[in-house]
Ligand binder design. Structure first.
Ligand code: CMC
Length: 370
């Protein structure tokens, strides 16, 4: 499927889901293996709202982080901290319903609190009156003195972008979640490790890097050639962020949708972002370059998402947290699938050691400096 540029969740095409579903329906699909009925969706939305607040004592953690703390570091630490406030279920079925719901709901509150702390504004509580994505936007962008004005265009786009990230077989962070979970560690610890793995610039962290790369090109006059040349030069060790994928050797289907979402959001809101022009120029330049053609390097999911997040008002360092919010249902369903396997074993990759195999012990005063 990946070779043909197809992505499906539980048999449903990603395009259909992104066009027609809310994010929570896709979360439900991944965790409960079916799309919810209207009543199931209502009950699930209610359950998520009931679990949206953080324990009040957790606010102290946020207050003590330095202002420049990266929100991915905060999110990872807060995810594992949840286990000390909310006890382990010791039963995979309960983990699936209770811990999973807590995590999917509270991760938004964690994300928004880390942002509010970084800009010195008071935390905004989640509201039972709002939907999942509305709550995220409201906690991020409203304040005690100013309401957030919802744009249906942005709420829809938020749902779509989270859906695009919801699951993707054995990517690095999902493998980490499974590996940690295979030891018997609880869901919070496993997800926390997944968030850390996702933060790397070759994985989820690429969306932040893409934005920084586009800004650099913009500041230096908009010439994409220099960046392409740099990416082709093996001496530089630099990569064109948002390009290439371990399994997609044709256009990433998520990138195609992310590009459509981005263009439609900017058009509907009447925004002209020069970074979109640069991204499209860069894409065209790379797709016609022998280096990228030979290596089958196409835009991936991270290439166009940042421009939409920027139009929504998210600062660049929040982009990867949004990826994590989207990926949570996938991590959880994969964690649960592994836990419910009666033949499950601890993960234990083998290692091929290449160093010396037998040396004579040397006392410290006889050792030579290397
Ligand atoms: N820019 C320039 N050259 C590249 C790039 C790139 N973005 N990606 C791969 N290459 C080259 C690489 O240098 C190598 O060249 P050569 O054969 O001459 O040594 C060749 O293509 C194969 O690279 P690779 O590292 O073996 O490929 P991989 O499948 O192991 O890596 C990747 C996949 C995503 C880590 C890589 O393409 C990359 O670093 N991309 C930039 C970071 C990025 O956008 N990551 C987001 C991935 S999608 C979201 C997610 O799931 O995290």
């Amino acid at each position: 499927m990946a070779k043909r540029g197809i992505l499906r969740y539980r048999g449903y095409d990603i395009q259909d889901l992104a066009e027609n579903c809310e994010f929570i329906e896709v979360a439900y699909l991944l965790i409960h293996d079916k799309l919810p009925t209207r009543t199931e969706r209502r009950n699930y939305a209610r359950l998520l709202n009931l679990n949206s607040m953080l324990h009040e004592d957790m606010q102290a953690f946020f207050r003590n982080y330095p202002e420049h703390a990266h929100p991915m570091a905060v999110a990872s630490a807060m995810a594992v901290s949840l286990s000390s406030f909310y006890p382990e279920m010791n039963d995979p079925e309960q983990e699936k319903t209770i811990s999973a719901t807590r995590l999917i709901s509270k991760i938004r509150t964690i994300a928004a609190y880390s942002y509010k702390k970084s800009i010195g504004e008071p935390f905004v509580y989640p509201s039972h009156k709002l939907t999942y994505c509305e709550n995220l936007l409201n906690m991020m962008f409203s304040s005690p003195v100013a309401d957030y004005e919802f744009s249906p265009v942005l709420v829809k786009a938020m749902n779509q972008l989270l859906i695009l990230h919801a699951d993707h077989e054995q990517n690095a962070s999902t493998s980490v979640v499974r590996m940690v979970g295979s030891t018997g560690a609880d869901l919070y610890a496993s997800v926390s490790a997944g968030i850390s793995a996702l933060s790397g610039s070759l994985h989820g962290g690429a969306n932040q890097e893409v934005m920084q790369m586009l800004e650099t090109i913009h500041k230096s006059g908009g010439d994409v050639d220099k960046m392409v040349q740099r990416a082709k030069d093996p001496q530089h060790g630099f990569r064109l962020f948002g390009f290439g994928h371990r399994v997609y050797k044709s256009y990433d289907p998520r990138a195609k949708i992310a590009k459509q979402v981005c263009m439609s959001v900017l058009e509907k809101l009447g925004i002209h972002d020069p970074l979109l022009d640069i991204a499209m120029k860069l894409e065209e330049r790379a797709l016609n370059d022998e280096y990228f053609i030979e290596r089958k390097l196409y835009p991936n999911v991270d290439f166009y998402t940042g421009i939409t997040y920027r139009a929504m008002g998210f600062p660049t360092n929040m982009f990867t947290v949004l990826f994590a919010i989207g990926r949570l249902p996938g991590w959880i369903s994969q964690w649960y699938e592994m836990q419910s396997d009666p033949h499950k074993k601890i993960g234990r990759p083998r290692q091929a050691y290449c160093g010396p195999t037998r040396l004579t012990y040397v006392p410290i005063d006889k050792r030579t400096a290397s």
